[in-house]
Structures are given as C-alpha cells and as structure tokens.
Ligand binder design. Structure first.
Ligand code: MG
Length: 382
C-alpha cells in the first residue's frame, strides 16, 4: 500500500496535522507545497529533508531569501504544485485553501493518484471536472473532511441501492439557538470561537453561518453521487457523531470519535486499512448526544447552498466565491454577520448561470463572482 504522501497547503491547519500524522506513523513525505515562502514552511522543509519543496507565490526577493535561508533547491509557481500532485504512486493530501486547490486535485486524479481531499472548492466549484478527472485518470478520491470521511467509512462494503439517505451532522456553530435579531450584531471575535473544532478562520465563520454545512452538502453530492433530496443535515452540538447513513432496511450506521482531524487524515492515507491512532482512545463516558433540526430562518445559508447545488453548473462556484469575499469583508469589520449570506444570495442572482465544461469556465466564473461580490461589499460597507 502506498504510504508516500504529498502535502499541499502544508502550513495550513490540515497540512500541519497531516505532517504530524506522517511523523507519528513514519509515512514518507515526498513533497510539501504552500503559497507563501514562510518561516513555517522552512521549518517543515528542515524537518523533512528529503521532501521536494514548492512555493506557489511570493515575490522574487522573498523567494531568493527563502532559498538562501533554506540552503536547498525549491520549486516555484503553480505548475510545480500540479507537478508534485502528480508524483507517481502518491497519496496527495490537498489542504490548499480556496479555488487554487482545484487544479491540484485535477492534476493528482489525472495522474491516477489517491487524493485525500480537504479542499472544499475542488468539489464545490469544480465538481463536474473532478468527477471527469476521476473517471479518466483512474485515481481515488477519499474525503478528509470529518463528515464526509464518516460517510465514506459507513459506506465501505455497502451497495448504493441499499442507501436511503446520507445525513451530515453540524455542530451548529457558536450561535446555535440565536435568532436573527441577536445575530445582527455578532462580531468577528465572537464568530471565530468555534465550540468543538479548531479550524482556519474562513471555515470557522462558515460554520457560524451554516454556510460550511451547505458547502458540505454539495461536496457530498459529488463525492457519493446522491441527489440533494437524499442528503440531510442534523444539528449535533457535541460533534461526537461525525455523520451517518440511513439504509433502506431501517438500519443506520454512524461514525463516532474524537473531533480530531488527524483521524480522517490518517484514514485517507491508510484506507481501506487502519493504523493505530495518534489521538488518545475515545470514550463515551460522560458524553450526552443531542440532536436538533437546523434553524433555516436564522441560518438561510444552508438552503441557499441546497438551491445552488440543485441548479448545478456555475451556481455552486458562484456561491463559494461570493462567500469567500463576504467572509473576508466581515472579518475586516466592513459588513455585518447577516450581510454575509445576503451578499452571497445577491451574487448568485446577479451573475449569469453557465455550464462548467472546462477548467477555464471555473476560473472565469470565480473571477466574475468575486468582482460582483466585491462591488456589493463596497455598496454595503458605505
Ligand atoms: Mg466538516
């Protein structure tokens, strides 16, 4: 079984945890890639002296300084990210944040590699392209997101026609139980406090709006090939049951464990086998499991995502791009919490729908949606 790991977005939350898993389990780290030539990346490169190092961004001066500090060859630009994604016989953990992750996913799948996917945009913005690349290249797509990893694991050994419904659990975020009136004055500091998961800033805000769950519904659609009517969401504040599958005979299978991303990361590398965990053993002692329906009025982002998913084509890509702009504006204090979803909705209405047939369609629609959303932010912020 392949244990050569390529880590994309290596300095981010998923990337650093992947390197933790690789160190603990003795997996070979063949390459690491990041956007910025940072001190963190240099430290990772020193820790994995045999890994190829790629930096996608940075200006010429930063690049020069990075190479002379590190004292070893470094590859630069996006093409080199795609090149390490296509390294033969590798498991590529794609933890790149944002739309830039899509080309890496496509390159890895075309090369027949296994992709441990943490980059949501790959499926949300480029779902049809990923599905094609998977079929053409003969690669494998294993989700790293806790909910999708849970569903993936519940589906092992099961036949598609025996599945009634996939159900994603949602923590509900820090504002679970709040109404729209209270949500109006939420600050970035409040929204950045996630009760159960420790994640990057965008996904934390997306958890607070339930946008994240909406994007995950779209991801589940592309990952597992189920219609949107057969993908449900239930709020489960403890984040102990990571998602479950309902079968036609009335049986349910769920996945429980620590809210620790290293577990799904490790499974994406070792699947279908398992390796000893690097987390402490899990125990249900003292744990209560609560479940409730999501509040779709207070958190309209969820239904917005379902609608975009059903429309298909460019709609999910527009949803994603607009959200990224709106979340950034919220974090900068330029717009309010409720305006995040409003800006996304207006962007979906405003940017003309189109089919996604090739990579350039995604790039084009992403650019259009961002500029439309930026305009709306500018109008809203004044
Ligand atoms: Mg998740």
């Amino acid at each position: 079984m392949t244990r050569r790991v390529v880590v994309l977005g290596s300095t981010g939350s998923i990337g650093t945890q992947t390197l933790d898993v690789a160190s603990a389990q003795g997996f070979e780290v063949a390459a690491i890639g990041a956007r910025r030539p940072s001190t963190d990346l240099a430290n990772q490169a020193r820790k994995f002296p045999d890994a190829t190092v790629v930096v996608a961004g940075g200006n010429p001066e930063e690049r020069k300084e990075f190479v002379s500090d590190l004292g070893r060859a470094v590859l630069f630009d996006d093409e080199s990210i795609s090149a390490i994604a296509a390294l033969a016989d590798s498991v590529v953990i794609n933890g790149i944040v944002g739309a830039a992750g899509l080309s890496a996913t496509l390159a890895a799948l075309e090369a027949g590699n296994r992709v441990g996917l943490a980059n949501k945009e790959s499926l949300v913005a480029g779902g049809p392209l990923v599905t094609e690349a998977l079929a053409r290249g003969g690669g494998e797509l294993i989700p790293v997101d806790s909910e999708h990893s849970a569903i993936y694991q519940c589906l092992v050994g099961e036949a598609t026609q025996d599945v009634a419904r996939l159900v994603l659990t949602a923590s509900g975020g820090p504002f679970r139980g709040w109404g729209r009136d209270r949500l109006e004055s939420v600050t970035p500091e409040q929204a950045l406090q996630h009760p159960t998961w420790d994640m990057g800033p965008r996904v934390t805000i997306d958890s607070a709006t339930l946008f994240n769950k909406g994007l995950e519904v779209i991801e589940a659609h592309f990952l597992f090939g189920f219609a949107y009517d057969r993908i449900g969401v239930v709020v489960h504040p403890q984040s102990v049951l990571h998602s479950f599958v309902e079968f036609i005979d009335g049986s349910w299978k769920g996945h429980l464990g620590h809210a620790d991303m290293r577990i799904p990361i490790q499974y994406a590398i070792t699947a279908p086998q398992r390796a000893e965990g690097i987390a402490d053993p899990f125990s249900l002692g003292g744990v209560t499991l609560d479940f409730e329906e999501p509040d779709r009025d207070a958190f309209p982002a969820l239904d917005l995502a379902y609608a975009a998913g059903r429309r298909g084509g460019s709609a999910p890509a527009v949803l994603n791009a607009a959200d990224e702009i709106a979340v950034a504006a919220f974090l900068e204090g330029r717009i309010g919490f409720l305006e995040i979803t409003e800006i996304v909705e207006r962007t979906i209405d405003g940017v003309p729908w189109q089919a996604i047939d090739e990579f350039s369609d995604v790039v084009e629609i992403d650019r259009e949606a961002r500029s439309f959303a930026r305009q709306l932010v500018a109008e809203t912020a004044t």
